[in-house]
Structure formats: structure tokens, C-alpha cells
Design a binder for this molecule. Structure first.
Ligand code: BGC
Length: 399
């Protein structure tokens, strides 16, 4: 309770200092770099609250860009409040992640924050966490088939896909397409990642009526999630699959590919490479979607090779996880009230219905994603402090 009040005071200070309103994106400083603990009470309270507690953070891999940002934001956040942090990366290897989490439990961490590689493979190790009374926050990706997960912090994953679908709908003015037809191919994420289905469905649900009506044509016929999924979200997998599709269905030098709907940036990168190397037309004439704001993809945005990315401010995801984590470490049972008590200067919904991990509906804190294109990139990503522009005008991440 005391801590909630503290978070509120801290957040209020941050909001006042930065003079940003509710619903605006927090700056990177707000999110992570600049601990707002400036008052006497704050320092004292932080020390008392954190004591010698340790937070174990298990991230999937450093080979996908965003998790490097998540790991360092989370670490900075918890350390800035006086907690010790153990951070592991498991090289996208499921067994390795199980071992890493076993190690964190053996080290007596007081809280686990986990972004699972495979949402279905942590039941056993999390049973051990539960036996050891360690609360578990499922971070970004929902962990399935376990009663050990206390909470889920993520972005609204369905909305990420919906934004991609709506972007395509608007770009092509599909509602007024008349007899015009457009060719589209889908590339989705890793089936082991519970998010991947949400992203795909969010996009597909928007576009389905146009596919049914024949306005959008999927030449490959691949519209099932299982068919379009990409193991490990790997760039080279997405590249190979798109090369095959291009050779088989777009190889005649005249069949146009209008849209490559990609669920995220690592897959969009491979798809873009395939289109550049193996397609008769110009990559700049293909609408290519993505998600995350990876540096290589933002460069492609600037160059007109990728059309949009859905940006998720992981700095804010870390802030939400911090306040939730503190409440759990203090033995509280947070609910919707955490959002107003914390006073975050970004939007967040509390949802107790949407995320069912096959054992229970997991209470979720869901942040709001943003569409980024070449046109608003500077406003959304540079002015907010998440990226700077290098001498050539390409965005570079600030953390
Ligand atoms: C995340 C995405 C990311 C993908 C691959 C998903 O779980 O939500 O932001 O692109 O994993 O790293």
C-alpha cells in the first residue's frame, strides 16, 4: 500500500516534470533512464521497500533486437529502485531457458519476470517457482498451462495485428476498391509464441472480408496460421519462404505482389530481402508491414522499402512491470487500481478476460501500440527520445 502511494508520487513527479499528459507516449527518459527518485522520502522508501530482494528476469534471446532493449530497460528499472537483478538470455533454446529459470529459483530470487521462448514448456519449472512462493510475471508473451503465473504484462497483441490490417485496408482503400484486385501474402510469427496467433488473427480479421470478396487475392493460397508461421520469428526462415512463394506464384515477370503482411520486423526484414532479390518488381511498390521498430527496419522505412511498423514502447512495458513487480514483492494483490495509483503517463488497460492460459484467465496489463510510418517516425520515435537520427538520417536506438 505504502509502495503504491510511492509509485503514485514518483509518477506524479515524473509527469509534472515532463509536462506530458495521460495518453502521450512516455519519453525514454521517463521509461527507464532517469529514475524519478529525487526526494528524501523516495530514497528512504525505496531502500526500505527493496531491501535485499532480487528480481530474476528471463528473456528469450539477444538475437531478436527488441529483447535486448527489454532486458536492459527492466534491469535498469528494478536496479534504480534498489533491487538486485539477475538477467538471463537463453539463445532461443527452450531447454536453456528452463535451466536458466531453474538457476534463478536456486538463487532464491523473490520475483520472476519471464518472456517465454515456448509458452508451453515452462509448466514444470514454474511449479517449482510456485513451491518456492516466487510470484511470476509473464512478460510480453503469455506462459501457458500453469497456475504459477500471477499476472501478464504486454501490449494489446490483437490490436497490433488489427493496426496492420487496417493500415493495408486504408492504403489500398479496399472499402472502395470496386472491381480492383490486389495480391497479398502473409508471414506470421512463431507458433510457440502465444502472441503470434493474436497478431495474425488481428490482421486477418480485418482483411478476411476482402479476401472473401476477391478484392484481396492470396496467390499462394496460404492463409492458415500454421502455413504462414515462422519458426523462432527467424529472418532467414521468412526470407526462404518468401523466395519460394515468389518463385512459384510471382515468377512470370508480371504478376504483382501488392502487400506482404508481416507480423513483425524480424520477419519483415527477410521478406523485404526476398522481394528485393527475387521479385521482378520494385520493393517500394509493395506494402510491407512490421512490428517493433528494429533499427534495420526503421532504415528500410526511411528508404521506402518497408511501409509501416507497429511500435511498442518497451520502456513503458518495463515501467508497468516495475510497478506491478514492486506491488507483488510487497505481498499485495494488484488489480485495476494499480493503473491509477501508478499514474503512468501512457495508456494501459486492465483486462481479466482476454488471456486464458488453459488453466486460468490471467489478469493482464495491456499497453497500447502505435503505427509508425516514414511520415511520423521522427515525431513518434525521435522526439520522444527512444531513437536519435544518425548523420545519414537513420534512426539509432538510445538504449
Ligand atoms: C513480441 C514481438 C516480437 C516477437 C519476436 C513477440 O512475442 O511481442 O514484439 O516481434 O516476439 O521477437
Amino acid at each position: 500500500m505504502k509502495k503504491k502511494l510511492l509509485s503514485f508520487l514518483l509518477a506524479t513527479t515524473m509527469v509534472a516534470t515532463l509536462a506530458t499528459g495521460c495518453g502521450e507516449a512516455a519519453t525514454a527518459d521517463t521509461g527507464a533512464d532517469e529514475p524519478a527518485a529525487t526526494t528524501e522520502e523516495t530514497t528512504e522508501e525505496t531502500t526500505t521497500a527493496s531491501g535485499d530482494q532480487t528480481v530474476g528476469i528471463a528473456m528469450p534471446t539477444q538475437s531478436l533486437e527488441r529483447w535486448n532493449r527489454d532486458g536492459s530497460y527492466l534491469k535498469e528499472q528494478f536496479e534504480s529502485k534498489g533491487y538486485a537483478v539477475e538477467l538471463t538470455y537463453s539463445d532461443n533454446k527452450i531447454d536453456q531457458q528452463v535451466k536458466d529459470i531453474e538457476g534463478l529459483i536456486a538463487d532464491d530470487v523473490d520475483l520472476l519476470v519471464i518472456a517465454a521462448i515456448d509458452g508451453e514448456s515452462l509448466s514444470q519449472v514454474l511449479a517449482d517457482a510456485k513451491d518456492a512462493n516466487i510470484p511470476v510475471i509473464s512478460y510480453d508473451r503469455l506462459i501457458m498451462n500453469t497456475d504459477a503465473v500471477s499476472y501478464y504484462v504486454s501490449f494489446d497483441n490483437y490490436t497490433v495485428g488489427k493496426l496492420q490490417g487496417e493500415f493495408v485496408e486504408k492504403q489500398l482503400d479496399l472499402a472502395n476498391a470496386g472491381d480492383k484486385t490486389y495480391n497479398i501474402e502473409f508471414t506470421a510469427g512463431d507458433p510457440a509464441d502465444n502472441n503470434a496467433g493474436f497478431f495474425f488473427n488481428g490482421a486477418y480479421d480485418v482483411l478476411k472480408k476482402y479476401i472473401d470478396a476477391g478484392t484481396l487475392v492470396v496467390k499462394s493460397g496460404q492463409t492458415d496460421f500454421d502455413k504462414v508461421a515462422t519458426k523462432n520469428w527467424a529472418t532467414d526462415e521468412a526470407l526462404k519462404r518468401m523466395q519460394n512463394i515468389l518463385a512459384s506464384y510471382y515468377g512470370d515477370g508480371k504478376t504483382k505482389l501488392d502487400v506482404a503482411l508481416c507480423s513483425n520486423d524480424s520477419t519483415a526484414l527477410g521478406v523485404t530481402q526476398a522481394i528485393e532479390s527475387d521479385y521482378w518488381g520494385d520493393v517500394k511498390d509493395v506494402i510491407i508491414t512490421g512490428q517493433d521498430g528494429d533499427v534495420a527496419n526503421l532504415a528500410n522505412l526511411v528508404d521506402g522499402k518497408q511501409t509501416m511498423t507497429v511500435y511498442k514502447a518497451v520502456a513503458n512495458e518495463a515501467v508497468a512491470t516495475l510497478d506491478l513487480g514492486i506491488a507483488l514483492l510487497n505481498g499485495e494483490t494488484p488489480d485495476e487500481g494499480l493503473i491509477s495509483a501508478a499514474g503512468w503517463n501512457f495508456d494501459c488497460a486492465y483486462d481479466t478476460e482476454s488471456y486464458d492460459n488453459n488453466v486460468a484467465k490471467i489478469p493482464s496489463y495491456l499497453l497500447v501500440p502505435t503505427v509508425v510510418t516514414k511520415d511520423n517516425l521522427e515525431k513518434e520515435l525521435v522526439d520522444t527520445g527512444y531513437y536519435t537520427l544518425d548523420a545519414n538520417g537513420y534512426p539509432q536506438a538510445t538504449n
